[in-house]
Design a protein around this ligand. Sequence first.
Ligand code: AGP
Length: 616
Amino acid sequence: MCGIFGYIGNRDAVPIVLEGLKSLEYRGYDSAGVAVVKNGEVGLRRCSGKLSNLKGLLASQPLEGNYGLGHTRWATHGRPTEENAHPHRDCKSRIVVVHNGIIENYLTLKRGLTSEGHQFTTETDTEVIAHLIEKYFDGNLESAVIEALKELRGLFAFSAISADDPQKIVTGRDGPPSVVGRVEGEGFVASDVPALLPHTRDVLFLDDGEIAVIEPGRIRLMDFSGKERELHFNRITWDPVQAEKGGFKHFMLKEIYEQPTAVSETLVGRLSLDSNEVRLDDVGFSVEEWRSFKNVCLIGCGTSWHSGLAGKYMIESLARIPVQVDYGSEFRYRNPVPQPDTLCVVITQSGETADALAAQRKARDMGMKILTITNVVGSMTTRLADGVLHTRAGPEIGVASTKAFATQLTALYMLALQLGRVHGSMTLEQLGAALSELTTLPHKLEKVLELDARIETVAKSLFRSNDFLFLGRGVHFPIALEGALKLKEISYIHAEGYPAGEMKHGPNALIDGNLPVVFVVTQDKDLPESQQRYEKVLNNIREVKSRDGIILSVGIEGDEEVAEASDHYLPVPASSDLLLPILEVVPLQLLAYRIAILRGCDVDQPRNLAKSVTVE
Ligand code: AGP
């Protein structure tokens, strides 16, 4: 879960590489380094800690060169020290490597290379790559890389340069992402698209088993055996500004405020109010294929698993099709019973999460049809899927996912409508009502954002608490889970999400005058079962109140009963039961953000986490 950036061209590489690493720092930030080649010599600077430390070091010990590699690290093998920071070198410091992923057989390789006389200076798995390339180097870097690849096992995206085969970057991928960018006379490699946007929108996503050789003005693609492959560049529509903070203090806050636009973008061109239809033509399934699905299996990790859980309520309610929801990390090692006619939906913002991809490959090998709901065009999940439903949230930089979650719920709701229509479990009238309610969401989200100042006040009375409980019922239970996850991720407070009906079976014991209990207690007055659930949650509120718990409730506007029963009441606009989650999660995102700020936490780069979990 590291960030890699490389540049080759006619400009000084160091400032360009540092700028690239800055926009990749959300991928890992416990140490960093850069290396360039000039006049046949390798220059290298590394340090532990954030990128700002490296900048300081380069200011006192400058480096120069027209091509180079940089790395910002999230340690997996070897402590986050200067020695273990990337780039890593061979014995003669002529070959330099940066790497993202894990070399599973590095100890075996290290022992072999050591017995052949190679000297190792770090605790990392990555260093074996530099020595392997050295072992096979005969003047041509890509041939040496191809030989080295034959011995590497694990997940990796790495880039290498050599002082003895100058003016060339060789990058290879088998697992974590690697993206190449091109501009007249220059070439770039990066772990993610946003880092390339200041330079180009012409990007090539390496496939697993591919190598790219980047020279000034020429890019070649080949497979791991060296066989040339056709270049397949994508044009990225995101503009660089989208990947900047836009005047907000943190990416997370900016992305929370971008949710109205993100949801409306995700709806664009997919709703036909005239014919009461959802248009998921970009998925590419025929009506017969949609109609053939008798089961749905939703797979995701973290926040994406929470949207999957909400998706289950949506699909079972609207399409009347059985749905199972699995964590990617569990599904990949579970022995699931294949059901005929199952649609497997993989939900992943980054499209590169290792556990989600492994589960996707397993589901595909089990013969399931794969639909992926992802936010990154061209990401690995799209290449392992039969159909792709892109959420259009734009680049999500904050480690805590917010706008991507709202667009995942929107996409899952449209999927439920699509299955409901082709399976005839929804009338045209019901479809029409659902579609028009969908179109009101962006405006309603704007209204919810107006609660921010109020939430800041609530946060001031709660930020010292060290435990929180989040409760909800039905499709609102996954939102309670998501609220708890946001608070955990960025404020480091222990928080649990729980079905409100389960309180009596244990968690009630936690309640006392110091425990804030957050209730998601919205209701859809037009839906009897929503009414029934609401009544039950209201009872739960009173039970907690009778034990002095501190009540914070997210309810719908004008709900006096909830307002009276709660210490803090955050009203969201009314909507249908299955769409309320998209509105009610926003106050929970803002609450987590405001509490984290008051606790002085690094909101965009929370400890021990990273945006895209590309290793197991
Ligand atoms: C959410 O805030 C976290 N960053 C994390 O749980 C995330 O949802 C999970 O790693 C899945 O990521 P993905 O959607 O990119 O696959």
